[in-house]
Design a protein around this ligand. Structure first.
Ligand SMILES: Cc1cc2nc3c(=O)[nH]c(=O)nc-3n(C[C@H](O)[C@H](O)[C@H](O)COP(=O)(O)O)c2cc1C
Length: 222
């Protein structure tokens, strides 16, 4: 976010962190990384200038060994992990089936905060996926049937034709969850909180689990 300032009669754009950033200190951190995440996420959701505070880059490993990243939306989290929903036959779904390790990265620009989460991924239960699917707008549910996510699409008209076909197929009845659409839960083994500071001397703290499965906090060089 840039703010306009008048200086020597000139309109200047500057960034608020030049004067407003609060340092992130170890004593400010909650010993529980999920509680710490909740505190930051709640703050991000209050930010009027963030349209998608729940947007996060999901990084996966492709079967050919290359990394891949794309945005998805965080749809829930608790001590069991961070949940997102997608097409299980998509490129990301195929990567996760082969290599169920992934990373999530969030950047809340107005707050100058980044969170990185790394761990292993499992599909959510069918009941959980059904409940979330049922809460979606009907048109999104039709879209989940119509889109062969990540497959080549010859022309847009082909997708629109499929939308009409599925609208017709489910006319007058609830849209069931497609078998190829579900959620994934990433169970973290590492969570990092990053707060921007002046001169690129940022504050970074990473939570990792020790051998007794207890979370430990470590400051990192920026
Ligand atoms: C802000 C934003 C949020 C998105 N959320 C989702 C999502 O929750 N689930 C999803 O499948 N795709 C979502 N997408 C689309 C994905 O980024 C991506 O294009 C799609 O999932 C196909 O990815 P893949 O071919 O790597 O599997 C979102 C895109 C943006 C820009």
């Amino acid at each position: 976010m840039k703010i306009a300032l008048i200086k020597n009669g000139l309109l200047m754009l500057t960034r608020p962190w030049l004067w407003s950033v609060r340092p992130l200190c170890e004593q400010d951190l909650n010993p529980d990384p999920f509680a710490q995440f909740e505190r930051w996420f709640r703050r991000a959701r209050r930010s009027l200038s963030l349209e998608f505070p729940e947007a996060m880059c999901l990084s996966t490993v492709r079967p050919d060994g290359f990394p891949d990243g794309r945005l998805v939306l965080l749809k829930g989290f608790d001590h069991n992990g961070f949940v997102f929903y997608t097409n299980t036959l998509s490129s990301k779904g195929r990567s996760l089936a082969e290599q169920p390790k992934a990373a999530l990265t969030m950047y809340w620009e107005p707050l100058q905060r980044q969170v990185r989460i790394r761990g292993t991924v499992q599909t959510v239960t069918a009941d959980e996926a059904d409940a979330y699917f049922a809460s979606r707008h009907r048109s999104s549910c039709i879209g989940a049937w119509a889109s062969l996510q990540s497959e080549p699409l010859r022309e847009r008209a082909e997708l629109e034709k499929r939308v009409l076909e599925f609208k017709q197929r489910f006319k007058g009845q609830p849209v069931p969850r497609p078998p190829h659409w579900s959620g994934y839960r990433l169970k973290p083994d590492e969570i990092e909180f990053w707060q921007l500071r002046a001169s690129r001397l940022h504050d970074r703290f990473v939570y990792t689990k020790n051998e007794q499965e207890k979370w430990q906090i470590q400051r990192l060089y920026p």
